[in-house]
Design a protein around this ligand. Structure first.
Ligand code: SAH
Length: 216
């Protein structure tokens, strides 16, 4: 796995572009500088790895755009050391960025092939998230409560289990909507059953799927 001056230069340009489109959190930009995105793509896409584009990662899934990863990470607004659950490990890129933020990361993936691939790659890069193969709708109650939960697939509705696994003051970042486009929401837990909600604009994600029937 080579990260040479060309990749580093392209990554710096990507970070400048992210700033231009409004990413302001220096910790997020530093974390993204520390994670070579091209490690998560097949060699066919390597030269495009630092463009603001989503790419196929196998099993019909895509790695999120850098802007989407930056924005979702920024919306968590957590300190280093916080406990974060990700739904949709996919390539492992967003997971690596969360690890680089200094979070204790748990991530769930429902596609076996992607789950099998992400673990060894993240380990090789020196990251130590806890990865699970399963249905993210249920969250991971044994490790709850979480300071942050980040859903990286388009949810048709808000999974109740995820809200209930938030710590008090914790945040769920979730794109909601069926079809090609979703609206990004953050839910903050204000009390046992009280949540406040904010909207953060339009994004595009692959769908969140409940059943594992499509596993290959
Ligand atoms: N965070 C990933 C994005 C991958 S795309 C990255 O940085 O590459 C979204 C992922 O969510 C896909 O891999 C898809 O298989 C997964 N997914 C969809 N529904 C899910 C569910 N119910 N539970 C867990 N993962 C799910």
């Amino acid at each position: 796995m080579l990260d040479d001056y060309r990749h580093k230069g392209q990554r710096r340009r990507m970070l400048m572009e992210l700033k231009e489109v409004g990413i302001q959190d220096d910790a997020v930009l530093a974390a993204m500088d520390n994670v070579p995105r091209h490690f998560f793509l097949s060699s066919a896409f390597e030269q495009f790895a630092y463009q603001n584009k989503a790419f196929q990662i196998g099993s019909g899934q895509t790695i999120s755009k850098p802007h989407t990863v930056a924005r979702q990470t920024e919306l968590l607004q957590l300190e280093s050391g916080a406990k974060v659950l990700e739904i949709g490990t996919g390539s492992g890129y967003q997971c690596a960025v969360l690890c680089a933020m200094g979070y204790k990361v748990y991530s769930i993936e429902r596609q076996r092939l992607l789950y099998d691939k992400a673990g060894p790659l993240l380990k090789k890069m020196g990251f130590k998230p806890d990865l699970f193969y399963g249905d993210g709708y249920k969250g991971k109650s044994v490790f709850a409560p979480f300071d942050g939960i980040i859903v990286t697939c388009g949810a048709p509705e808000i999974p109740e289990a995820l809200l209930m696994q938030l710590a008090l003051g914790g945040r769920l970042i979730i794109p909601v909507g069926e079809g090609d486009k979703q609206r990004m929401f953050s839910y903050t837990r204000e009390g046992e059953k009280e949540f406040s909600r904010q909207e953060h604009g339009e994004f595009a994600f692959v769908p969140m799927l409940a059943s594992r029937a499509q596993d290959k």
